[in-house]
Design a protein around this ligand. Structure first.
Ligand SMILES: C[S@@+](CC[C@H](N)C(=O)[O-])C[C@H]1O[C@@H](n2cnc3c(N)ncnc32)[C@H](O)[C@@H]1O
Length: 309
């Protein structure tokens, strides 16, 4: 039986939280420009964003192909594509952009069609990411660029600090173990791999791509009272809104129990970790309410690119 992927990006809440809000300042303008130079983007080029969602990467790097560029977004979700088209129109890219519904592992395009093909946060959701890479290389013309942006988490949860709870070493070890086993289970049941970015440079080299390069995202998300700057005020409002979302601490979903089983994680450890997360969440809410909350956080997220010989 085909398992349903636990992350549904067509859900309104997920769209708002992840695909719009998180993307807004994911790559800084300096990094966007620097990556565009590495990708050798020029006006008039054809760019494919495979698994484009709302078209964040298509709109961000598509600009460097203007004027004259041809932008194509592919996704298997029609609702997301319709919104991507609206965003493109709003940002003056409507005439240059078109969209196709399809699977990243069997795309409806001829060989050697695009000057650049990219996938932004798609590989970590795929059961067979190497097949997607093969397909991206197939549709890219000789001399063109193939780029994969994705998570490169290998167990240690990213760097983080907050002023409402300092976890003990025992708590940290518990969180690492639960995180590692759930991640391992996630990969084994075919929901994707949060460490996929780490594999991509070798996959690209192994397929003969040249001038392979890798950069990490430099973003650190942080808030600190009195949340004075415009960026801080937005981050504080977003966080407060996020904290209002109800969390079902008492429920274990089917996909969670599948991942637990596949990753060899004991239910008792999962429950212990949840109880501590619940307490921490409560302390976080209180600190937000009193406007005393401060935190800083970053996680490993890479961009890997190479050129088709
Ligand atoms: C995390 S979202 C990223 C969307 C967009 N690239 C971005 O960064 O905002 C993952 C996207 O990949 C799409 N997707 C997942 N599996 C896919 C597949 N096998 N073929 C095509 N699209 C897929 C989803 O519909 C979703 O839009």
């Amino acid at each position: 039986m085909k398992r349903r992927h636990p992350i549904d990006y067509s859900r309104v809440k997920t769209r708002r939280e992840v695909l719009i809000r998180q993307r807004r300042d994911l790559w800084t303008p300096e990094q966007v420009g620097s990556l565009a130079r590495h990708f050798r983007l020029k006006p008039g080029m054809g760019l494919l964003d495979a698994g484009c969602g709302f078209g964040y990467a298509l709109r961000t790097w598509g600009r460097f192909c203007m004027p004259g560029g041809k932008l194509v977004g592919l996704d298997r979700d029609r609702k997301l594509l319709a919104q991507a088209a609206r965003f493109c129109t709003k940002e003056g890219l409507g005439k240059a952009a078109r969209f196709a519904t399809g699977e990243i592992c069997s795309m409806p395009f001829e060989n050697n069609t695009f000057d650049m093909t990219l996938a932004h946060v798609v590989f970590c959701h795929l059961a067979e990411p190497e097949k997607a890479l093969d397909e991206m290389i197939r549709v890219t013309r000789s001399g063109g660029c193939v780029a994969v942006f994705d998570n490169a988490m290998t167990g240690s949860p990213g760097s983080r600090w907050n002023n409402w709870h300092q976890p003990t070493t025992a708590e940290r070890l518990l969180m690492y173990e639960v995180g590692l086993r759930m991640t391992d289970g996630r990969r084994k049941v075919g929901f994707g791999d949060w460490s996929v970015g780490c594999h991509v440079p070798a996959w690209m080299e192994g397929r003969g791509l040249i001038d392979v390069g890798v950069r990490t995202n430099e973003r650190v998300v942080w808030i600190a009272p009195p949340y004075r700057s415009p960026g801080q005020r937005t981050a504080y409002t977003n966080t407060r809104e996020h904290m209002r979302e109800p969390v079902r601490w008492d429920r274990v979903s089917k996909s969670e129990s599948d991942q637990m089983r596949a990753g060899g994680l004991a239910r008792s450890k999962f429950d212990r970790c949840r109880r501590r997360n619940r307490l921490e969440h409560r302390a976080f809410r209180k600190a937000m309410k009193r406007r005393t909350a401060a935190y800083a956080w970053s996680s490993p997220f890479w961009c890997i690119w190479g050129f088709k010989p």
